[in-house]
Design a protein around this ligand. Structure first.
Ligand code: ADP
Ligand code: 5GP
Length: 194
């Protein structure tokens, strides 16, 4: 009998909404999920490891990979390039393993053309004021960068709700409730029979 393909879960959120926090808890609770490691031209933050959090590369190398059609999608987010390596997605789902991905709303739109079966989950903050508090509290972005991220957040939420394909929207107000909701939906999608 042919093996069932793995499912693809694509998470998008404006920066600071809590996606990394939620995904870390999801990975701990549902251990057989495989995380798709993106390529990026942004500099590593303290503690980030090449090949684990991202494949960090130069703009030249990134552009070469675009020409080689190595990405399932790519986008410029907050002035840096980000892209999803295509071969990894294909081999992982072929093996029957489930993938979680973290891509911005514009990248997701491109991704849908190649992988229309992917399940979209949008994580939003309870308010813009709270988003700003979280970005400032994280202390990993300077003031100018925070302003760019806040401005982009409004555009991203608007784009996602009018042109995006997100099967689920999670409001990350209470963290443990949001994590529970995400774990439930992922588990239920995995257990759905075709
Ligand atoms: P993202 O990956 O979406 O950019 P993070 O996961 O880094 O966001 O979260 C941004 C900040 O907000 C972190 O300091 C995190 O601890 C905090 N945070 C995440 N979720 C919540 C929540 N529900 N309530 C309060 N703070 C939160
Ligand atoms: P950060 O620099 O905070 O890690 O990520 C910034 C943004 O880039 C987030 O919104 C994240 O979803 C997005 N991102 C990360 N990887 C990819 C990717 O492979 N493709 C696209 N389109 N966006 C990505």
């Amino acid at each position: 009998m042919e093996k069932n393909k793995g499912k693809i879960f694509v998470f998008s959120a404006p920066s600071g909404a809590g996606k990394t926090t939620i995904l870390n808890k999801l990975k701990a609770a549902v251990p057989n999920l495989v995380y798709s490691i993106s390529a990026t031209t942004r500099k590593p933050r303290p503690g980030e490891i090449d090949g684990k959090h991202y494949f960090f590369m130069s703009v030249e190398e990134f552009k070469r990979k675009i020409d080689q059609k190595a990405f399932a999608e790519w986008a410029v987010v907050h002035e840096n390039y980000y892209g999803t390596p295509r071969s990894f997605i294909d081999s992982t789902v072929e093996q029957g393993s489930h993938i979680i991905m973290d891509i911005d709303v514009f990248g997701k739109k491109q991704f849908d053309k190649l992988y229309p079966e992917a399940i979209g989950i949008l994580i939003v903050p309870p308010s813009m004021e709270e988003l700003e508090r979280r970005l400032r509290g994280r202390k990993s972005n300077d003031d100018q960068d925070i302003r760019v991220r806040l401005k982009n957040a409004t555009t991203e939420i608007e784009f996602a709700s009018t042109q995006g394909k997100y099967e689920y929207t999670i409001i990350n107000d209470d963290l443990s409730r949001a994590v529970d909701d995400v774990i439930k939906l992922v588990t239920s999608e995995i257990n759905k029979t075709v």
